[in-house]
Design a protein around this ligand. Structure first.
Ligand code: DSN
Length: 432
């Protein structure tokens, strides 16, 4: 059914862009969103993101701006900071980072000198680019030493591909890093800051926790919190936390001045106050008891998806999941199938996910042998464990029958029918 698009009303002068926004809304509504780092924000978050605050320059911090006219902006940013501290029980919050990468680089800049040693997780074991990948500027400024996972295990009683804390400790003792980074972007198990705190203390290092992926799970009480254990916690606001695209940093009061100065003027210029208003909206939403129900459902859905996919023949990296994320080794399902091809086939079938390297992947990062899936977005749309089992079946069928375009079209039609019952934006007009 078609009804007037909200975008054509807002963008009457620009039907080209309005049409493209309409197309993207339709895509998000009619296909499955399984990228582990994505979510569907509320209409309130969308409204704040699209507000007049985008017009305002506000270099500086509340009460100390380099531009006039910031009375309202100061109230907005203070509200965001207060809500964020309340949400996580933190002493200090900086809500200005434009992204998680900027939050991480800001912390390194605040706490370290160029050339200092950082111990962090390797990209191909599940770490982030800013954890010292050779492709990232972080590795050109600071000296990174990398830890990874324990080897894969065939013995079900010995869990394999878990963060190798013995290696973390050995490397810490050998290299005496000034900063240890916990956290990952492609790791399906719980990461407990307490496991790192003792190691950091033993070698006199500071501890940063990159909470980008599970931030919403922590806010909802479905994952242990690193706040109060790590010295600094960074995260993005748009993944499981379900806010606008952006970053944030939590720290002790003692480190607050250094962190704030490193973000502005150290790394960024004018803050994106429209995004900061939207962050404030998302933080309030995450304080509502319903968000805890959501966070626990995200985890239950990931477990259901993982179990159903394992039954279809996929090997689960790390043997399962404790969070919102499932990392699949495709080789047990089909030795010929690469992550790249799987992603492309799934796109044709209306299932959006991303290929991912798996530990010790024999294929290149562009091709890969793995697939990363997440349940944060479709849980927001209202899906539960029953739908996760359906999704596992649809995904497996599409990949198994990938040479048959009629079969792919049939999966796509079933995906569309499933999505029609779980519209993430029922209150937005447009093609529904
Ligand atoms: N690109 C993000 C992710 O997908 O996990 C990390 O920054």
């Amino acid at each position: 059914m078609s009804s007037p698009s909200p975008f054509s009303a807002w963008l009457a002068e620009d039907p080209e862009v309005a049409g493209l926004l309409e197309d993207e809304l339709l895509r998000q509504r009619t296909t499955l969103q399984l990228i582990a780092s994505e979510n569907f924000t509320s209409p309130a978050v969308l409204a704040a993101t699209g507000s007049v605050l985008t017009n305002k320059y506000a270099e500086g911090y509340p009460g100390r701006r380099y531009y006039g006219g910031n009375q309202v902006v100061d109230e907005i940013e203070d509200l965001a900071r207060q809500r964020l501290c309340e949400l996580f029980g933190a002493e200090h919050a900086n809500v200005q980072p434009h992204s998680g990468a900027n939050a991480n680089v800001g912390v390194y800049q605040a706490l370290l000198e160029p050339g200092d040693t950082i111990l962090a997780m390797r990209l191909d074991q599940g770490g982030h680019l800013t954890h010292g990948s050779p492709a990232s500027i972080t590795s050109k400024i600071w000296h990174f030493v990398s830890y990874g996972l324990t080897p894969a295990s065939d013995d079900p009683s010995v869990p394999g591909e878990m963060i190798d804390l013995d290696q973390v400790r050995d490397l810490a003792l050998e290299h005496r890093p000034k900063l240890i980074v916990a956290g990952a972007t492609a790791y399906a198990r719980t990461i407990d800051a307490a496991d790192y705190r003792g190691i950091a203390d033993e070698v006199g290092a500071l501890l940063m926790f990159d909470l980008a992926h599970p931030a919403g799970l922590v806010a909802g009480g479905a994952h242990p919190s690193p706040v109060g254990i790590a010295d600094v916690v960074t995260f993005t606001t748009h993944k499981t936390l379900r806010g606008p695209r952006g970053g944030a940093i939590l720290s002790t009061e003692e480190l607050a001045k250094k962190i704030d100065g490193a973000i502005f003027p150290g790394l960024q210029g004018g803050p994106l106050e429209h995004a900061i208003a939207a962050k404030a909206v998302a933080f309030k939403e995450a304080m509502d008891p319903s968000f805890s129900v959501y966070a626990h459902q995200v985890v239950a859905n990931a477990a259901a998806l993982a179990t159903a996919l394992e039954a279809e023949g996929f090997r689960l990296v790390s043997g399962g999941t404790d969070n919102h994320l499932v990392l699949l080794d495709l080789r047990s399902f089909d030795a010929e199938l690469t992550g790249k091809e799987a992603q492309e086939v799934m796109d044709r079938a209306g299932i959006t996910a991303n290929r991912n390297t798996i530990p010790d992947d024999p294929r290149s990062p562009f091709v890969t042998s793995g697939l990363r899936l997440g349940t944060a977005a479709e849980t927001t749309a209202g899906m539960g464990e029953t739908q996760m089992v359906q999704i596992a079946g649809l995904l497996s069928r599409a990949l198994r029958e990938r040479g048959d375009e009629d079969a792919i079209a049939a999966v796509r039609a079933e995906v569309a029918a499933l999505c029609a019952a779980f519209d993430p934006y029922p209150t937005l007009a447009g093609e529904g």
